[in-house]
Write a protein that binds this ligand. Structure first.
Ligand code: PEP
Ligand code: MG
Length: 945
């Protein structure tokens, strides 16, 4: 199937996910090893043990206090999913029992034991981190018997019943598929009748009542009692975690983030001894980052709750305290936490996002993973960690996703605007966003698809809201902290988020949020500022942010590493200035036609087009010459001494004429006007006759139709010209060098402007490296002809200015034939520049405009083409043409300079490809330059490893 070959290109866009396949090999004869204790697993093998499992093994083995446990492998998951009846693979249950026995020995507790019960958590964990996408069960092993033991052991009935009711709900949801709402509803009822404002006010009796109600829900929904046998619980839990890999949430997440089976295939299951942060006031639980994930600052960052279990922090049901407050409340433990942070960072060489629990004054690390941060924090931590000697410069460069750099160019609220916020929350993910308030994820998707900018407003978010995140420009929640689901996911996506805005009452059913006196209905525009935590009614003015010092530093390092140079597509002196700010090393494409667009220039361009003879055309061109010359002179000044590639006129000239239909309208309108004027003329004569000498003065100029006649005649002439120039398929018609062939005087004028501007700069002592580039070339003869004209003009300019000009002459490669004739073209050119916008159209025979809004979305959805080839360079087809053109071009002219100036020049994966086939530079629009600089460095680093 054609589609399957096309799937080979790597990509971030939707990927059809493979069905899981069973592992291919087995361990000689006996059943495979399906699980590894944390003391034995290979901490580097994330594919086998999942990221979480591998890290737990690694932490255990470097001496960090981790509750003992084991990881069931991703291979076991694949074997289970591939089994027709979804059965656990042979040997897994036996190995699980053995591992549980080993845990019993280590902890001195018994699984299902009445006196000292061993309880475990069961969590998923794939090779790639997918926060909140899969499932967790806590306190597994509880039943009436072991609960009694737990209560006896801890002398804390409240704790025991709390643990039990949590377990029933989590197990009910994850393993038995019962919706959270069923449980939450009963929980709230008991809470209300007990008069408890917060969960902590619930007594042991209340929690017992809740547990009883939960057990009834399970019986009612499943038709069976809640399973009491701990091993049955464990088996069901393992299966549920495996199943969650193919659950909708996880599949959607993988598709959205382009996680292929090659990156993560199946989930591991982590079975780990429970430790409790809710056994009293010498207990706590929290989540922390080794550095502030919003700013990158080198401080321990996080939140914790005393006397609570981990899910309380993450779910946002209680608002946690900043971890810094622990320093006064639990100073020794805070010092231990600081030590843990340093150990984690120096071991992993990466910012870590970790969970901890303090049980009776003892600190445990429950998991760690690489911290997800926004782009500015990634950049800052890269620079600082390298400066601290924690990571190499190469690592500092490769750990930042180039695409994310664009986030740094996202708008921030303008500081001089004085608007009163209607509410405040926690600044959970920086940047500002503005849009219509929507109160559920489906609606966000609906409106987002219809082209609206939306802000998703919720009390708190859950993993099932993920599609709403994708569709929204920002997220606002009224509950939860900076590590709540909303905050973590928004940060990972680089979307602004304000979390825990407790002053705002969100009523999802009424589709309304109330902040003091302000009522926000669905569709009302709001602005959120994830940097400060403020929320505003209406739209607040924003500004583009500046480059930070750290970003500049990182990009300097990138430039030192990269082999590819990065130039800008810039058409005016202003564009050029902006490009320099972004670090452009030259201009790779100056589209001269864009210089014609100013209102004072269009009439001259029109005269040029309307000219019937060469003389008339030259007269118009002589008026354009000084204008172009001045533009070029300024561009050269700005860019000096960097190279500037100027492309001669490319689009079909009728693009500068008004639309035919518009002209027809105007002529009709003027015709009617002329009739009216004529009527007035008759009227004026009549009045004059009737009034004799005493009458009013004649209407004179007012009734003179000559002015209107002249305008009509001009418009009719333009219409005739427009009809003459009209083409069935202008993109394949009379454009580019073909225009240069038919009207050589146009190109000559442009060449003269370039050369005279160069000569003027030389006189001013400004160093210029100008390159003249011819578009749409398909034969060397075209190029030779233009080149001959260039030389002629050059001789004249050199003589007139008394200077010698060193100008390079080259061609765009945007026609398939040009690729195939690269060897001969290279004879006539000093450089090539791939115009991959046109070359993609030509290679696919797709017209971009028609493809992108007619059939390409369907092609992508069906997996016929993985990517939009106008965004992601098609390496398999177009890429081969390019590689051939480079090879053949350099065969004729070793050292031939080759670049790319189509849109792909700013796309990281495409840049990597360009690096691979030996291009010298990429050229892209100014805001993509930082992305391209980093991508170019990464391409070089990757090619070395
Ligand atoms: C191209 O075709 O890739 C190109 C840069 O030219 P334009 O986009 O102006 O057609
Ligand atoms: Mg082009």
């Amino acid at each position: 199937m054609e589609g399957s070959t096309e799937q080979e290109t790597a990509s971030r866009t939707p990927i059809p996910l493979e069905e899981p396949r069973p592992p291919r090999s087995t361990n000689g004869g006996g059943p495979r090893k399906w699980l590894y204790a944390y003391t034995e697993g290979d901490g580097k093998d994330k594919r086998l043990l999942g990221g979480k499992g591998a890290n737990l093994c690694e932490m255990t083995q470097i001496g960090i206090e981790v509750p003992p446990g084991f990881s069931i492998t991703t291979e076991a998951c694949l074997a289970y999913l591939a089994h027709a009846d979804r059965a656990l693979p042979e040997g897994l249950l036996e190995q699980t029992r053995d591992a549980m026995r080993a845990l019993e020995e280590r902890t001195g507790k018994g699984f299902g034991d009445r006196t000292e019960p061993l309880l475990v958590s069961v969590r998923s964990g794939a090779a790639m981190s997918m926060p909140g996408m899969m499932d967790t069960i806590l306190n597994l092993g509880l039943n009436r018997d072991t609960l009694a033991g737990l209560i006896e052991h801890t002398s804390d009935p409240r704790f025991g019943w709390d643990a039990y009711r949590r377990f029933i709900q989590l197990f009910g949801k994850v393993a038995l598929g019962i919706s959270d709402e069923r449980f939450d509803d009963q929980f709230e009822r008991v809470k209300r009748s007990a008069g408890a404002a917060v969960d902590l006010e619930l007594e042991a009796d209340d929690l017992e009542e809740i547990a009883g109600r939960f057990l009834s829900i399970v019986r009612e929904v499943t038709g069976r009692p809640f399973p009491d046998d701990p091993y049955v619980q464990l088996e069901l839990a393992i299966k549920a975690v495996f199943d969650s890999w193919m659950g909708r949430r996880a599949v959607d997440y993988r598709r959205e983030f382009g996680i292929t089976p090659g990156m993560a295939n199946g989930t591991a299951v982590n079975v780990q001894t429970m430790v409790f942060g809710n056994l009293g006031d010498d207990c706590a639980t929290g989540v922390a980052f080794t550095r502030d994930p919003a700013t990158g600052e080198n401080v321990l960052f996080g939140e914790y709750l005393v006397n609570a279990q981990g899910e309380d922090v993450v779910a946002g049901t209680r608002t946690p305290k900043p971890v810094g407050e622990m320093e006064s409340g639990m100073p020794d433990l805070y010092a231990e936490l600081e030590a843990l942070r340093r150990k984690l960072e120096s071991h992993y060489g990466e910012v870590q996002d970790f969970e901890f629990t303090i049980e009776k004054g003892r600190l445990y690390c429950l998991q760690t993973r690489n911290g997800k941060m926004n782009a500015s924090a990634m950049v800052r931590t890269s620079v600082e960690m390298h400066q601290q000697g924690l990571i190499t410069r190469e690592r500092a460069l490769t750990r930042v996703n180039p695409e994310h750099l664009e986030q740094l160019l996202y708008p921030q609220l303008r500081s001089d605007v004085d608007v009163e916020p209607i509410g405040r929350g926690l600044p959970a993910s920086p940047g500002a966003a503005c849009g219509e308030a929507v109160f559920d994820a489906d609606r966000a998707v609906e409106l987002g698809r219809a082209g609206h900018d939306v802000i998703l407003v919720r009390e708190e978010t859950k993993p099932e809201d993920i599609h709403g995140f994708f569709a929204s420009r920002g997220i606002l929640t009224s509950r939860g902290g900076k590590t709540s689901h909303a905050a973590v996911v928004a940060r990972g996506m680089g979307k602004p988020c304000v979390a825990g805005a407790e002053g705002i009452r969100v009523d999802v059913r009424a589709r309304q949020a109330v902040a003091g006196d302000t009522v926000i209905e669905e569709g009302d525009v709001i602005t959120i500022d994830g940097t400060s935590g403020s929320i505003f009614r209406g739209s607040v003015p924003m500004v583009e942010p500046d480059f930070s010092a750290e970003l500049r530093r990182l990009l300097e390092w990138a430039d030192e590493e990269a082999r590819l140079k990065v130039r800008a597509n810039a058409d005016t002196p202003d564009d050029a200035r902006r490009a320099i700010e972004y670090g452009a090393m030259g201009i790779g494409l100056c589209r001269t036609e864009r210089m014609f667009n100013a209102s004072d220039r269009l009439p001259i361009v029109l005269d040029m087009i309307m000219a019937e003879t060469t003389e008339e055309r030259e007269e118009a061109l002589s008026r354009l010459l000084p204008i172009q010359r001045e533009d070029f002179r300024q561009v050269f000044h700005v860019m000096s001494p960097r190279p500037v590639t100027i492309r001669l006129l490319d689009p079909p000239i009728h693009e500068f004429l008004p639309e035919e239909i518009q002209l027809e309208d105007e002529i009709r309108h003027l015709g009617r006007l002329r009739e009216t004027v004529r009527g007035m003329e008759v009227m004026a004569e009549t009045v004059e006759l009737l009034a004799g000498d005493a009458g009013p003065a004649p209407a004179g100029a007012l009734t003179d139709t000559r002015g209107v006649d002249a305008v009509i005649a001009r418009k009719e002439a333009i219409l005739r010209r427009a009809r003459t120039l009209k083409e069935v398929n202008p993109m394949l018609g009379h454009r580019g060098v073909r225009l240069g062939m038919t009207y050589p005087e146009i190109y000559k004028m442009q060449v003269r402007a370039i050369l005279e501007a160069t000569a003027l700069c030389i006189r001013d002592g400004v160093e210029v490296h100008a390159q003249i580039m011819v578009p749409q070339v398909c034969t060397a003869e075209e190029l030779d002809a233009v080149h001959a004209d260039c030389r002629e003009v050059q001789d004249e300019v050199e003589a007139a200015f008394g200077v010698s000009l060193d100008i390079e002459f080259g061609t765009m490669i945007e026609v398939v034939r040009a690729c195939l004739r690269a060897e001969r073209l290279a004879d006539a050119a000093d450089f090539f520049s791939f115009g991959t916008n046109d070359l993609t159209q030509a290679t696919f025979s797709f017209s971009r405009e028609d493809a992108e809004n007619k059939f390409l979305p369907l092609y992508n959805e069906r997996g016929i083409l993985r990517d939009n080839p106008f965004e992601v360079l098609d390496q398999l087809g177009l890429g081969r043409l390019m590689a051939l053109a480079v090879e053949w071009g350099r065969k004729a002219k070793p050292g031939l300079q080759v670049g790319i100036c189509g849109e792909h020049g700013g796309h990281p994966q495409s840049i990597d490809f360009c690096h691979g086939i030996g291009l010298d530079y990429v050229s892209c629009s100014a805001p993509r330059i930082p992305v391209a600089r980093l991508a170019a460095a990464q391409a070089e680093i990757r090619s070395r490893t």
